[in-house]
Design a protein around this ligand. Structure first.
Ligand code: NG6
Ligand code: CA
Length: 506
């Protein structure tokens, strides 16, 4: 009797398998949801779970308390576009000559024929979305913003996208939903130029009386919402965002995506715009940090994260959702607007114990908060394993049954899940086109020409020196002790390793 029953069940099982195969959908309820929460310019020391005492980030700490907090987690780079490229493609950004900070009218940087983290997860049945900052280019050369914006995120693996066209300090100051500018009225054409202004349009340079937030350097071109930006634009009035509402707008789109997909595996790349300039907290957060706008927007971002976590809790899906929290590069205070970040930061140390910051080859450039939570599988803890955002692709492939084609992405899933203290053996670090290398506990920065400090506003150290620099960061986390003269053989072998990986020696 039992045998017959089993025989009868067999065709049913085959039918289910076949129908899954046919539709290409693999609605495995056991596949974990994946959310990457990606801050913009948030430093290693900006989060209370990483030791900040002057600011409190209870919601990021919620992730840390339930997950693994990595002390040696890196972006590939000390600026935005390259780090995002590496995260999404699983490839070192310096392999692509165009992977530098992009203007707002740059063509899509990602190759639509190449696998991305999002398309990799689509292949195993995930619904995918990106919300918030993109900064990876859109469309082709000479894009008309009034028509379909192709190719874009939806052509590299995202089923849904609701993004800032570029950055919050670059034109056009509009959201792009899937392949169109959201809310654009066809009778008021949106025009964008990075070469010249449109006749009669005010600029921050010529019309400072129109500004509520003044630039300190750069950012003196087209004005929108009392803030002048990088680049020129005209028209598209119905579509222009309100900076102070950006956090709520993007959060709402992110929550809607989660709710729509609560019953199937989903991947959300929730890409925050905070604390990048211009820092424009919603009124609810103004003055809360006592540190001015930079502190206030960190609290705003933390609140958004709390709301997103609450959404998972209320849907009952938090247990099998992997939440990864990190930042695209290290911190900066005055990055172009007079928001008193230098004056008001007080005793707070955005880089924590690390040296440098955004744009820097020193540790604070690319070493960032990096937390992974997955209640169903991961016990909470702290890990010193060396891991990089570029490794998400290969590691999430292992955890979801996908196949990663990211050429530099390493499977560090055992470190992610707390089963191993070992991540990768080495990592090339990039800052504004310059390279350095980490191997084990050692960092070697080859001689690089140029200024030791970015400029008079951005006071971060660049890492440039005429000398080789070698640091043992297990003993000297602040990189104060250059050991290059003491260990010339190590300098040589690390230079050889850098050349082997990158084909370059600096
Ligand atoms: C710089 C901008 C800076 C910021 C950065 C990109 C000036 C003077 N500085 O060129 O404000 O926009 O680019 O930041 O324009 S990132 O986090 O997106 O890489
Ligand atoms: Ca950034």
């Amino acid at each position: 009797m039992k045998k017959i029953k089993n025989l009868l069940l067999l065709p049913v099982a085959m039918l289910i398998m076949f129908s899954c195969y046919q539709t290409g959908s693999d609605r495995d309820p056991d596949k974990p949801n994946i959310i990457i929460i990606y801050a913009d310019d948030l430093g290693y020391g900006d989060v209370s779970s990483y030791g900040a005492t002057e600011i409190s980030t209870p919601n990021i700490d919620r992730i840390a308390n339930a997950g693994i907090r990595f002390t040696n987690g890196y972006a590939t780079s000390a600026t935005c576009t390259p780090s995002r490229y590496a995260l999404l493609v699983g490839e070192y950004p310096w392999r692509n000559k165009k992977a530098h900070i992009l203007p707002g009218n740059a063509p899509l940087l990602l190759d639509t024929a190449k696998q991305s983290l999002a398309s990799m997860l689509q292949e195993v049945g995930y619904k995918t979305a990106v919300t918030g900052k993109w900064h990876l280019g859109l469309g082709g050369e000479g894009l008309d913003w009034n028509g379909k914006i192709l190719p874009g995120p939806n052509d590299v693996g995202f089923d849904y996208s609701y993004i800032l066209a570029s950055t919050n300090d670059r034109v056009p100051t509009v959201y792009v939903e899937n392949d169109r500018v959201a809310g654009l009225d066809g009778t008021d054409k949106l025009e964008v130029s990075y070469a010249r202004n449109f006749p009669g349009e005010p600029t921050g340079k010529d019309n400072p009386e129109m500004l509520k937030l003044h630039p300190s350097h750069g950012h003196n071109m087209s004005i929108h919402n009392g803030i002048s930006r990088i680049g020129f634009m005209k028209g598209g009035k119905s579509a222009l965002w309100i900076d102070e509402q950006m956090a709520d707008t993007i959060l709402a789109r992110s929550q809607e995506f989660i709710i729509r997909n609560r019953e199937n595996p989903f991947f959300l790349f929730y890409s925050l715009h905070q604390p990048h300039v211009p820092r424009t907290p919603h009124q609810r957060f103004v003055g809360l940090s006592g540190m001015g706008p930079r502190g206030d927007v960190i609290l705003e971002a933390d609140w958004c994260i709390g709301q997103l976590l609450n959404t998972l809790d209320s849907l009952g899906i938090a247990d099998n959702t992997i939440v990864i929290f990190s930042s695209d590069n290290g911190p900066v205070l005055d990055d172009g607007y007079m928001d008193d970040a230098n004056e008001l930061t007080g005793d707070h140390k955005p880089a924590g114990p690390l040296r440098g910051g955004k744009y820097s080859l020193f540790e604070a450039g690319a070493r960032v908060p990096f937390i992974v939570k997955w209640p169903k599988v991961i016990k909470s803890g702290i890990s010193d394993a060396l891991i990089c955002q570029m490794d998400l692709m290969a590691s999430l492939a292992v955890l979801t049954g996908a196949v990663s084609q990211g050429q530099d992405s390493r499977d560090v899933s055992k470190a992610f899940t707390g089963k191993s203290d070992f991540g990768r053996a080495d990592l090339v670090i990039e800052a504004t086109g310059r390279l350095a290398i980490r191997q084990g506990d050692w960092i070697m920065i080859p001689p690089h020409e140029g200024r030791p400090i970015v400029n008079q506003w951005v006071r971060n150290e660049t890492g440039n020196s005429t000398e080789y620099q070698l640091f043992n960061i297990a003993e000297d986390i602040g990189q104060q002790n250059n050991l290059a003269e003491k260990y010339p053989d190590r300098v040589k072998s690390m230079e050889a390793l850098l050349e082997e990986i990158s084909g370059r020696i600096k």
